[in-house]
Write a protein that binds this ligand. Sequence first.
Ligand SMILES: Cc1cc2nc3c(=O)[nH]c(=O)nc-3n(C[C@H](O)[C@H](O)[C@H](O)COP(=O)(O)OP(=O)(O)OC[C@H]3O[C@@H](n4cnc5c(N)ncnc54)[C@H](O)[C@@H]3O)c2cc1C
Length: 1070
Amino acid sequence: MSIRRLFQPSALHWARRTAAMTSTLGRQQGVLRWTHSGGRRNYRAVIFDMGGVLVPSPGTVAAEWEVQNRVPSGTIVKALIRDGDSGPWMRFMRGEMTTEAFLEEFGRVCSEIAKTSVPVESFFSLLTSETVAKPFPVMTQAISQIRAGGLQTAVLTNNFCLSNGKSFLPLDRKQFDVVVESCLEGICKPDPRIYQLCLQRLSLQPAEAIFLDDLGPNLKAAARLGIHTIKVDHPETAVKELEALLGFPLCVGIPNTRPVRKAMEIPKDALEKYLKGLLGTHGTGPMEILQFDHGQSNPTYYIRLADRQLVLRKKPPGVLLPSAHAIEREFRIMKALGNAGVPVPTVLDLCEDSSIIGTPFYLMEYCPGIIYKDPSLPGLEPRQRQAIYTAMNQVLCRIHSVDLQATGLDDFGKQGDYIRRQVQTWTKQYRAAETSSIPAMERLIQWLPLHLPRQQRTTVVHGDFRLDNLMFHPEKAEVLAVLDWELSTLGDPFADVAYSCLAHYLPSSFPMLRGFRDQDVTQLGIPAVEEYFRMYCLHMGLPPIDNWNFYMAFSFFRVAAILQGVYKRSLTGQASSATAKQSGKLTEFMAELAWDFATKEGFRVFKEMPAAKPLVRSYHAWAGSQPRQTPTGVRSHSTLAAASPAQEAKGGLIISPEGLSPRVRKLYDRLLQFMEQNVYPLEPELQRHQASADRWTPSPLIEDLKEKAKAEGLWNLFLPLETDPEKKYGAGLTNVEYAHLCEVMGMSLYASEIFNCSAPDTGNMELLVRYGTEEQKARWLVPLLEGRIRSCFAMTEPQVASSDASNIEASIREEGGSYVINGHKWWISGILDPRCKLCVFMGKTDPQAPRHQQQSMVLVPMDTPGINVIRPLSVYGLEDAPGGHGEVHFKDVRVPKENIVLGPGRGFEIAQGRLGPGRIHHCMRLIGYSERALALMKTRVMSRTAFGKPLVEQGTILADIARSRVDIEQARLLVLKAAHLMDVAGNKAAALEIAMIKMVAPSMAYQVIDRAVQAFGAAGLSSDYPLAQFFAWARALRFADGPDEVHRLTVAKMEMKNPGRLQAPAAPRV
Ligand SMILES: Cc1cc2nc3c(=O)[nH]c(=O)nc-3n(C[C@H](O)[C@H](O)[C@H](O)COP(=O)(O)OP(=O)(O)OC[C@H]3O[C@@H](n4cnc5c(N)ncnc54)[C@H](O)[C@@H]3O)c2cc1C
């Protein structure tokens, strides 16, 4: 199996594509009606920009290179525009810098932006390599046509000089009447002088020229001079626009063909004789044969004989594996499907007699139409895109509805168990090609066989069904032919459906397989994946499927295994393509995507399990024995536990950072480093600010650090993958993964805000993600996620015991189109912060309703009249500025009815959801407080001496240290267990563990911190160390997160209900 077969258009495909281009010429009007409209003027020259118009742009090359080299996306482009005219890129373009000087400065700028060293030399050599800097064939052809039409052509480029002193111009200069290069002229676009220079050399007025560029500012400058401009997003679309302006065709001949190479020649006379016999053609004129550029795996030829245009596809010469290059199968399936009414190319004849041209071959007719290479369908309207994707879906249904017996295809492949066989095959292929261990692949190899769909239908499957394997009618959304049947067999049709959705998840810059992940499908008009599956089931008359994530995981796994094969062959020199070498890196990318889908499928399955089941569910834990020092000198909490992928796949509990997946491990290490470099050093300054008169104004230092954290991807880490499976809002961590990171943030009281992970915003953001309407999300969630505003949560009231939320008395009364709020609240954290713009308010909408349906939650903008903050409350004298904890009156506060969350009476339901993960975040942080306290204690007792020996040698101190270590370890394991159960079984099933850890963590931290304070002596009570604040917080959290007693009650009730735990004799037998 070669990547060429899967990703590059096969020879057949190209044959069709080329045929399509040729045939659309005669239908120009039709194409234009579907895409563009334009008029004709007297133009005398066309001026082309180079990068992005004639050859790939630096930005596009950079985007791919960044993916492959794991450089933060956008680094190169940011560096290119850094400092505008005086930046290194523009100076280089003006020829003011040598290549060496440029690379040095550019490298520094990139590394500054990416915050890691960026190997710009590798980018530069890729940009200037022959494989990348290749003119787009459609442009080369258009230029020839323009010249043939009597117009001049020019290239006007911002380019640079290479280290050999020559300017970088990977074009055939003979194609241009004028070449203007910025590095030789010392002027760059958009400086008007360089356009004038070009016009001067063409001896033309601006209105006589058309200028094509991919960059807005360059086009604007040209337009200001009066030159007609075309913005080039896609060369093919731009050429069509140019055609419309010039009024004559620019795509002629057979694109992507060449004269037949010597080694690929076929005996012309024998073929001509054969064809004449076959077609009964007696026309005159020589037979024309061209070879398609692509499709070396099965060489493919264009043949024109008299008035017939054909495509011939043959096996390659030499000794072949029996199953390889099975053109007979391609012929058979196309013939059978054609007879059954599936749109496929019309096959004419299969010639298995090798004596004619040396190998078997088959012949097809041309099939006119359009192939959409870019799945985002640029240049079309949303409704047209919708129609194209619907037609694609429908034609797939036609393929899958073919009667196997009636078409004689029932032996075209094995029947049944397709996915299992495929997983085995691709696992074997992957193992054979494995070059290093890829954790996501290991997990998938374990996971996929355990989650095979229970029911699988057997139909014809195409095997490579995607948009650019379809030939469309040029004027309407109708599939004229499905191409490239090389991988077809019998199998599970959902595999084709999933495979046709790969583009939804790949970036537009993705090498080899273009996607549109970075675009909004709703705006584009392209159906989302779920909708696409639904549409398919509807057309097929099937019930909607719920395990489509499994099929997506399988599809990406298959692609990853194929890419690994290509990579291996590139290493052993059997694959020559430049992209082959890159495929190794892409394997990992694809495998991680596949694993994301496996995770989503896992959540779905667990959610469907009965809630009681997880209580008796076993889980796995493991540990090694190696201690670890963190940069802070704090002992790593864990004994080493490197999670084997197999263990993780079974849902193992990750008890130490060493067991995290590479992606999360990187985040974790980055977080540790960030804390070391940016947070701990600033603590004294932040503490001073909190004690100063300015304390109610947020510290600018925090705002700076927020920006820095955001730039490093250490942002919104809290939102659990389960709540945000598409990773639309957060980093997509599981609760366990976040527990490890949250603990690190807990080491400093200032840290969680810096990473936008602090309460009460986290709970409120989760609430909005889960229950907010689109309008509520747009208004509140977006600025909260961006860290532009803050929020508070108002439940507790001074006059009632608020640990029982059903006591809450504040009223939310409906009046006309509004809710009117009245109530007295206190301990409302964050409400004094000037950035606090939103209050999530809990009160009663219906005091007569059943107890748990009286309460509702309403979103209250903080600038609504009637909100009066009476005073800040302090915790042991600490005000916790600038957010503080406020006592507040709400008097006739009026908000629109749309501000209610989920609906009236649903406050309790939301509170359960809101306080699931949000509550254990405090526990995660409390482990961090405790670790920091213990670390401070150990340092302190080693440096002070009393009664003749260092404190550390006093037995009681050692006993306290041991006690604290044990307490922390115990509590951490329970935090992780709770988080793990939330991940694998859901928040509801983890209720017992959540209650247990909420009961344990604050008291544990309180005691560990107290021991540290004691060992510090009086200094421990002062604000010179974070201990006093840690202590106050740990104490406060024994209420703030619900009083200990309430959690104890929950644990006890559940314990008594659980029969499994009563199996041992309750009392000694007599
Ligand atoms: C620092 C801090 C920040 C806070 N932030 C917020 C906030 O942002 N928003 C908000 O709405 N609230 C906030 N609170 C308030 C907090 O949620 C409440 O204090 C808590 O819910 C307890 O309510 P209460 O103070 O009314 O105590 P009460 O309900 O009066 O309870 C008092 C005590 O009674 C005992 N008790 C209660 N129930 C039981 C039982 N079933 N069995 C045995 N004993 C029991 C416990 O010892 C409990 O501590 C915050 C509190 C603090 C200290």
